[in-house]
Design a protein around this ligand. Structure first.
Ligand code: HPA
Length: 285
Protein backbone atom coordinates (compact mmCIF):
# COMPACT_ATOMS: atom_id res chain seq x y z
CA UNK A 1 0.00 0.00 0.00
CA UNK A 2 1.55 3.28 -1.07
CA UNK A 3 -1.24 5.59 0.12
CA UNK A 4 -1.16 5.85 3.90
CA UNK A 5 -4.56 6.05 5.57
CA UNK A 6 -5.40 8.86 7.94
CA UNK A 7 -8.15 8.28 10.48
CA UNK A 8 -10.30 11.13 9.16
CA UNK A 9 -10.49 13.26 6.00
CA UNK A 10 -11.96 16.74 5.87
CA UNK A 11 -14.25 18.28 3.27
CA UNK A 12 -11.35 20.07 1.50
CA UNK A 13 -9.56 16.76 0.96
CA UNK A 14 -12.68 15.13 -0.51
CA UNK A 15 -13.14 18.19 -2.72
CA UNK A 16 -9.52 18.07 -3.91
CA UNK A 17 -10.02 14.45 -5.05
CA UNK A 18 -13.38 15.28 -6.69
CA UNK A 19 -11.94 18.32 -8.50
CA UNK A 20 -9.11 16.17 -9.90
CA UNK A 21 -11.61 13.63 -11.26
CA UNK A 22 -13.87 16.33 -12.73
CA UNK A 23 -10.88 17.97 -14.46
CA UNK A 24 -9.96 14.65 -16.09
CA UNK A 25 -13.30 13.73 -17.63
CA UNK A 26 -15.63 15.32 -20.15
CA UNK A 27 -18.60 13.56 -18.51
CA UNK A 28 -20.92 14.59 -15.70
CA UNK A 29 -21.71 11.23 -14.05
CA UNK A 30 -25.16 10.56 -12.57
CA UNK A 31 -24.71 6.96 -11.38
CA UNK A 32 -21.80 5.46 -9.42
CA UNK A 33 -20.94 1.81 -9.98
CA UNK A 34 -18.60 -0.28 -7.83
CA UNK A 35 -17.32 -3.47 -9.41
CA UNK A 36 -16.28 -6.23 -7.00
CA UNK A 37 -13.84 -9.15 -7.23
CA UNK A 38 -13.71 -10.67 -10.69
CA UNK A 39 -16.46 -8.33 -11.94
CA UNK A 40 -14.28 -5.63 -13.46
CA UNK A 41 -14.85 -6.80 -17.11
CA UNK A 42 -18.19 -5.03 -16.76
CA UNK A 43 -16.34 -1.73 -17.17
CA UNK A 44 -15.34 -2.78 -20.70
CA UNK A 45 -18.99 -2.20 -21.67
CA UNK A 46 -18.71 1.52 -20.91
CA UNK A 47 -18.60 3.69 -24.03
CA UNK A 48 -16.74 6.95 -24.74
CA UNK A 49 -14.82 6.24 -21.55
CA UNK A 50 -12.30 8.35 -19.69
CA UNK A 51 -9.89 6.33 -17.52
CA UNK A 52 -8.34 7.69 -14.34
CA UNK A 53 -5.91 5.45 -12.36
CA UNK A 54 -6.57 5.60 -8.63
CA UNK A 55 -2.96 6.41 -7.78
CA UNK A 56 -3.19 9.70 -9.70
CA UNK A 57 -6.16 10.98 -7.66
CA UNK A 58 -5.25 12.90 -4.47
CA UNK A 59 -5.94 10.90 -1.27
CA UNK A 60 -7.55 8.00 -3.20
CA UNK A 61 -7.01 4.50 -1.75
CA UNK A 62 -5.65 1.99 -4.24
CA UNK A 63 -5.88 -1.75 -4.04
CA UNK A 64 -3.24 -4.34 -4.76
CA UNK A 65 -5.51 -7.41 -4.68
CA UNK A 66 -5.47 -9.73 -7.72
CA UNK A 67 -8.79 -9.45 -9.56
CA UNK A 68 -9.11 -5.78 -8.64
CA UNK A 69 -7.93 -3.30 -11.28
CA UNK A 70 -7.52 0.19 -9.88
CA UNK A 71 -9.08 2.90 -12.00
CA UNK A 72 -12.17 4.97 -12.57
CA UNK A 73 -13.95 4.38 -15.86
CA UNK A 74 -16.32 7.24 -16.66
CA UNK A 75 -18.62 7.11 -19.67
CA UNK A 76 -21.95 5.88 -21.05
CA UNK A 77 -23.70 2.64 -20.14
CA UNK A 78 -27.28 1.84 -21.20
CA UNK A 79 -28.06 5.52 -21.77
CA UNK A 80 -26.75 6.72 -18.40
CA UNK A 81 -23.51 8.50 -17.56
CA UNK A 82 -21.72 6.31 -15.06
CA UNK A 83 -18.63 6.60 -12.93
CA UNK A 84 -17.43 3.05 -12.43
CA UNK A 85 -14.83 1.90 -9.95
CA UNK A 86 -12.93 -0.91 -11.60
CA UNK A 87 -11.77 -2.43 -8.34
CA UNK A 88 -12.12 -1.18 -4.77
CA UNK A 89 -10.00 -1.05 -1.64
CA UNK A 90 -10.70 -3.16 1.43
CA UNK A 91 -10.38 -2.81 5.18
CA UNK A 92 -8.18 -5.93 5.31
CA UNK A 93 -5.53 -4.17 3.23
CA UNK A 94 -4.92 -1.82 6.15
CA UNK A 95 -7.01 1.16 5.10
CA UNK A 96 -9.30 2.82 7.60
CA UNK A 97 -13.07 2.53 7.15
CA UNK A 98 -13.20 6.20 6.22
CA UNK A 99 -10.42 5.90 3.65
CA UNK A 100 -12.15 2.97 1.88
CA UNK A 101 -15.21 5.16 1.43
CA UNK A 102 -13.43 8.28 0.14
CA UNK A 103 -14.53 7.43 -3.44
CA UNK A 104 -18.18 7.73 -2.33
CA UNK A 105 -17.50 11.23 -1.00
CA UNK A 106 -15.92 12.05 -4.38
CA UNK A 107 -19.11 10.89 -6.11
CA UNK A 108 -21.21 13.01 -3.74
CA UNK A 109 -19.14 16.15 -4.32
CA UNK A 110 -19.51 15.52 -8.09
CA UNK A 111 -23.31 15.34 -7.76
CA UNK A 112 -23.79 11.58 -8.31
CA UNK A 113 -27.20 10.70 -6.83
CA UNK A 114 -27.38 6.91 -7.23
CA UNK A 115 -24.92 4.15 -6.30
CA UNK A 116 -24.95 0.60 -7.63
CA UNK A 117 -22.63 -1.61 -5.65
CA UNK A 118 -21.60 -5.15 -6.56
CA UNK A 119 -19.49 -7.72 -4.76
CA UNK A 120 -18.46 -11.35 -4.68
CA UNK A 121 -19.96 -13.16 -1.70
CA UNK A 122 -20.23 -16.57 -0.12
CA UNK A 123 -23.72 -18.05 -0.09
CA UNK A 124 -24.84 -18.85 3.47
CA UNK A 125 -28.52 -19.43 2.67
CA UNK A 126 -28.85 -23.16 1.92
CA UNK A 127 -31.06 -22.35 -1.08
CA UNK A 128 -28.26 -20.50 -2.90
CA UNK A 129 -25.77 -21.98 -5.35
CA UNK A 130 -22.51 -20.73 -6.85
CA UNK A 131 -23.35 -18.61 -9.88
CA UNK A 132 -26.50 -17.04 -8.38
CA UNK A 133 -27.11 -13.30 -8.19
CA UNK A 134 -28.53 -11.92 -4.93
CA UNK A 135 -30.30 -8.62 -4.47
CA UNK A 136 -29.08 -7.17 -1.17
CA UNK A 137 -32.17 -6.11 0.77
CA UNK A 138 -30.48 -5.48 4.14
CA UNK A 139 -27.08 -5.85 5.77
CA UNK A 140 -25.31 -6.57 9.05
CA UNK A 141 -22.35 -4.28 9.68
CA UNK A 142 -20.35 -6.70 11.79
CA UNK A 143 -17.14 -4.70 11.40
CA UNK A 144 -18.92 -1.46 12.29
CA UNK A 145 -20.39 -2.98 15.44
CA UNK A 146 -16.82 -3.58 16.56
CA UNK A 147 -16.05 0.20 16.29
CA UNK A 148 -15.05 0.45 12.63
CA UNK A 149 -18.02 2.38 11.29
CA UNK A 150 -16.93 4.63 8.38
CA UNK A 151 -18.86 7.54 9.98
CA UNK A 152 -16.86 7.36 13.21
CA UNK A 153 -15.13 10.68 13.89
CA UNK A 154 -16.20 14.27 13.33
CA UNK A 155 -19.46 14.47 11.36
CA UNK A 156 -19.20 16.45 8.13
CA UNK A 157 -22.51 18.33 8.07
CA UNK A 158 -21.94 19.20 4.37
CA UNK A 159 -22.77 15.56 3.62
CA UNK A 160 -25.35 14.45 6.17
CA UNK A 161 -26.54 14.07 9.77
CA UNK A 162 -24.65 12.74 12.80
CA UNK A 163 -27.10 9.86 13.32
CA UNK A 164 -28.35 8.71 9.92
CA UNK A 165 -31.21 6.24 9.61
CA UNK A 166 -30.39 2.77 8.25
CA UNK A 167 -33.95 1.50 8.01
CA UNK A 168 -33.81 1.43 4.20
CA UNK A 169 -30.12 1.26 3.25
CA UNK A 170 -31.12 -0.23 -0.13
CA UNK A 171 -33.67 2.03 -1.81
CA UNK A 172 -37.16 0.45 -2.12
CA UNK A 173 -37.69 1.90 -5.63
CA UNK A 174 -34.41 0.42 -6.86
CA UNK A 175 -35.17 -2.95 -5.24
CA UNK A 176 -38.47 -3.02 -7.11
CA UNK A 177 -36.83 -1.94 -10.36
CA UNK A 178 -34.22 -4.73 -10.05
CA UNK A 179 -36.92 -7.34 -9.32
CA UNK A 180 -39.00 -6.23 -12.28
CA UNK A 181 -35.98 -6.09 -14.60
CA UNK A 182 -34.87 -9.60 -13.60
CA UNK A 183 -38.40 -10.93 -14.17
CA UNK A 184 -38.58 -9.34 -17.63
CA UNK A 185 -35.18 -10.78 -18.55
CA UNK A 186 -35.99 -14.23 -17.16
CA UNK A 187 -33.04 -14.02 -14.76
CA UNK A 188 -33.22 -15.71 -11.37
CA UNK A 189 -32.51 -13.12 -8.69
CA UNK A 190 -32.15 -14.33 -5.10
CA UNK A 191 -32.72 -11.88 -2.27
CA UNK A 192 -31.21 -11.58 1.17
CA UNK A 193 -29.16 -10.03 3.90
CA UNK A 194 -25.41 -9.45 3.39
CA UNK A 195 -23.09 -9.63 6.39
CA UNK A 196 -19.83 -7.69 6.26
CA UNK A 197 -16.79 -9.25 7.91
CA UNK A 198 -13.29 -7.76 7.89
CA UNK A 199 -11.47 -10.70 6.25
CA UNK A 200 -8.96 -11.52 4.84
CA UNK A 201 -9.55 -15.03 6.20
CA UNK A 202 -12.55 -16.86 4.83
CA UNK A 203 -14.92 -18.07 7.55
CA UNK A 204 -14.61 -21.21 9.63
CA UNK A 205 -17.56 -23.63 9.49
CA UNK A 206 -18.55 -22.57 13.03
CA UNK A 207 -18.54 -18.92 11.95
CA UNK A 208 -20.79 -19.78 9.00
CA UNK A 209 -23.25 -21.60 11.29
CA UNK A 210 -23.23 -18.54 13.56
CA UNK A 211 -23.82 -16.16 10.62
CA UNK A 212 -26.78 -18.28 9.54
CA UNK A 213 -28.36 -18.01 12.99
CA UNK A 214 -28.11 -14.20 12.99
CA UNK A 215 -29.91 -13.92 9.65
CA UNK A 216 -27.14 -13.88 7.04
CA UNK A 217 -27.87 -15.00 3.48
CA UNK A 218 -24.51 -14.00 1.99
CA UNK A 219 -21.15 -13.05 3.51
CA UNK A 220 -18.32 -10.89 2.19
CA UNK A 221 -15.52 -8.45 2.94
CA UNK A 222 -16.76 -5.21 1.40
CA UNK A 223 -19.75 -3.09 0.36
CA UNK A 224 -21.29 -2.11 3.72
CA UNK A 225 -18.91 0.83 4.42
CA UNK A 226 -19.66 2.29 0.98
CA UNK A 227 -23.41 1.76 1.41
CA UNK A 228 -23.39 3.53 4.79
CA UNK A 229 -21.49 6.55 3.47
CA UNK A 230 -23.70 6.70 0.37
CA UNK A 231 -26.82 6.77 2.57
CA UNK A 232 -25.28 9.37 4.86
CA UNK A 233 -24.77 11.65 1.86
CA UNK A 234 -28.33 11.13 0.57
CA UNK A 235 -27.63 8.75 -2.34
CA UNK A 236 -30.03 6.00 -3.40
CA UNK A 237 -28.34 2.59 -3.27
CA UNK A 238 -28.81 -0.69 -5.13
CA UNK A 239 -26.64 -3.66 -4.10
CA UNK A 240 -26.09 -6.96 -5.90
CA UNK A 241 -23.98 -9.89 -4.70
CA UNK A 242 -22.50 -12.48 -7.00
CA UNK A 243 -22.61 -15.73 -5.09
CA UNK A 244 -19.24 -17.15 -6.09
CA UNK A 245 -19.17 -20.09 -3.67
CA UNK A 246 -21.38 -21.72 -1.10
CA UNK A 247 -20.11 -21.36 2.44
CA UNK A 248 -19.03 -24.55 4.16
CA UNK A 249 -20.75 -25.53 7.41
CA UNK A 250 -18.79 -28.67 8.40
CA UNK A 251 -15.13 -29.24 9.25
CA UNK A 252 -13.24 -32.27 7.96
CA UNK A 253 -14.62 -32.24 4.40
CA UNK A 254 -12.64 -31.95 1.17
CA UNK A 255 -14.41 -28.70 0.27
CA UNK A 256 -12.53 -25.44 0.69
CA UNK A 257 -13.24 -21.79 -0.17
CA UNK A 258 -10.45 -20.21 -2.21
CA UNK A 259 -9.87 -16.84 -3.90
CA UNK A 260 -9.33 -18.74 -7.17
CA UNK A 261 -12.85 -20.18 -6.94
CA UNK A 262 -14.23 -16.71 -6.20
CA UNK A 263 -12.58 -15.23 -9.31
CA UNK A 264 -13.50 -18.14 -11.59
CA UNK A 265 -17.18 -18.15 -10.67
CA UNK A 266 -17.14 -14.35 -10.91
CA UNK A 267 -16.19 -14.72 -14.59
CA UNK A 268 -19.19 -16.99 -15.23
CA UNK A 269 -21.55 -14.56 -13.51
CA UNK A 270 -20.34 -11.44 -15.37
CA UNK A 271 -22.58 -11.82 -18.46
CA UNK A 272 -25.70 -12.23 -16.26
CA UNK A 273 -24.73 -9.27 -14.14
CA UNK A 274 -24.07 -7.10 -17.21
CA UNK A 275 -27.51 -7.97 -18.60
CA UNK A 276 -29.22 -7.16 -15.29
CA UNK A 277 -27.35 -3.91 -14.68
CA UNK A 278 -27.90 -2.63 -18.22
CA UNK A 279 -31.60 -3.44 -17.86
CA UNK A 280 -31.79 -1.57 -14.55
CA UNK A 281 -29.84 1.44 -15.83
CA UNK A 282 -31.95 1.78 -18.96
CA UNK A 283 -35.14 2.03 -16.87
CA UNK A 284 -33.77 4.10 -13.99
CA UNK A 285 -35.05 7.66 -13.59
N1 HPA B 1 -16.57 -15.36 2.44
C1 HPA B 1 -16.21 -14.06 2.50
N2 HPA B 1 -16.03 -13.31 1.42
C2 HPA B 1 -16.25 -13.87 0.22
C3 HPA B 1 -16.64 -15.21 0.09
C4 HPA B 1 -16.80 -16.00 1.25
O1 HPA B 1 -17.14 -17.20 1.21
N3 HPA B 1 -16.77 -15.45 -1.25
C5 HPA B 1 -16.49 -14.29 -1.89
N4 HPA B 1 -16.16 -13.34 -1.00
Amino acid sequence: MTTKSKDFYNYQEFKQAADYVQQHTKHQPEVGLILGSGLSPLADEIEAADYIPYQEIPHFPHSGVPGHAGRLVIGKLAGKTVLAMQGRSHFYEGYTAQHITLPIRVMQVMGVKTLIVTNAAGGVNAGFKAGDLMLIVDHINFVGMARNNPLRGPNLDEFGPRFPSMTNPYHPDLLNLARKTARNLNLTLQEGCYTYLAGPTFETPAEIRFLKVIGTDAVGMSTVPEVIVANHGGMRVLGISSITNVAITKTGTEAETTHKEVLETGKIIVPKLITLLKGVLSKMD
